[in-house]
Design a protein around this ligand. Sequence first.
Ligand code: FAD
Length: 362
Amino acid sequence: MKRSEKIDFLIVGQGLAGSVLALQLYQAGKKIAILGKEENHSSRIAAGLFNPVTGKNLSKTWMANEVFAQLHSFYSEAERLTKASFFHPFPIYRPFLSIEEQNEWMGKSASAEWLPFISKVLSSTTGWPGVNDALGGLLLKQTGFVDANTFLDAVKNFFEQQERYACETFDHSALQLFESEVVYKSWTASKIIFCEGTESLNNPLFNWIPIRPLKGETLTIKASLPENAIINRGVYAVPQTDSTYKIGATYEPRDLSPSNTEKGRVELEEKFTEIFLLPYTVVDQAWGFRPTSPDRRPIIGEHPEHKNVLTCNGLGTKGVSLAPFATSLLTEFLLTGKRSDIYAAVDVSRYYSLYWKAVDKK
Ligand SMILES: Cc1cc2nc3c(=O)[nH]c(=O)nc-3n(C[C@H](O)[C@H](O)[C@H](O)COP(=O)(O)OP(=O)(O)OC[C@H]3O[C@@H](n4cnc5c(N)ncnc54)[C@H](O)[C@@H]3O)c2cc1C
């Protein structure tokens, strides 16, 4: 690490938020350095799916047209830059559970609103071996997955080779803030950007932002599943590099235990066997915490008092798709100082009242 030279941005945290932001700022010609811990309990657990139509009631992701256009160009360019392969556009197939649902999607599929994201509505089974889809299903497009571990390793290697990555735990007590720069140990930067996921709750500068940890568990299984699409109904099965599949995920906002649970395993296996009528073996289980926000939007921007201290957080359940969009807004703001209307929707300033309340209490 070239510690003596003054840099533009010091980024803390090398999950999806920190990694995507680091690449965006690098591409914009900025001098950055990134500090990250080996330990990660979100981005490296993620199945990495991107899907514009999600949730029990299948709603469209916020700003889907812009978010998904940005995602495709960002990860394709990131592959080129890092010379690694992690971006896998792939159809997602959602079997129908009722005739009503089938009818509803037959109708919706013709509308301009849904057309960009629906490939086909099937009214009878695909016939894919072992898939329980008697009523057909919805074949989605602009979908797929990012192999998050390969992506994070590629970004880490990319910056490590340029001596711009250091594996270390950031010590908040060692940060010095000045009018036009920040100093942390032997680093001097114009600004510091915290991308710490749920660990922002331990950051004295940003512990007031309303990040709510949402626990999720996944299973890794061995099985022979159809290779035509990622099947996603209640659970998803995402292919991994070693011929296994990641099955996920649970949503447990009340469980803050940092461990796998029997309940999680049972729930995932039950949901898996509703959709897949195939033999499988569980080979691993993992847990993590998604950094969610109350309005399900990212939280980016400046600290209320220290303008050279920023956050990039709140990617929630959709880090893969929201990170390129949120960090491009932040990059634009950092380069131009302009706050667009869309920026305002994700600006951390919508929560400044929580900071002032916390300050008043002291
Ligand atoms: C089970 C599960 C499945 C998921 N599946 C998907 C999916 O299919 N698709 C999708 O889009 N999203 C998925 N997500 C959500 C996704 O993982 C998150 O949106 C994303 O990982 C958030 O990224 P982040 O960088 O903000 O946080 P994190 O990944 O938590 O990264 C923060 C990083 O900062 C580091 N850090 C914190 N404090 C310090 C410090 N003091 N010093 C140094 N480093 C520090 C941490 O170690 C960590 O590496 C899933 C999440 C879970 C838990």
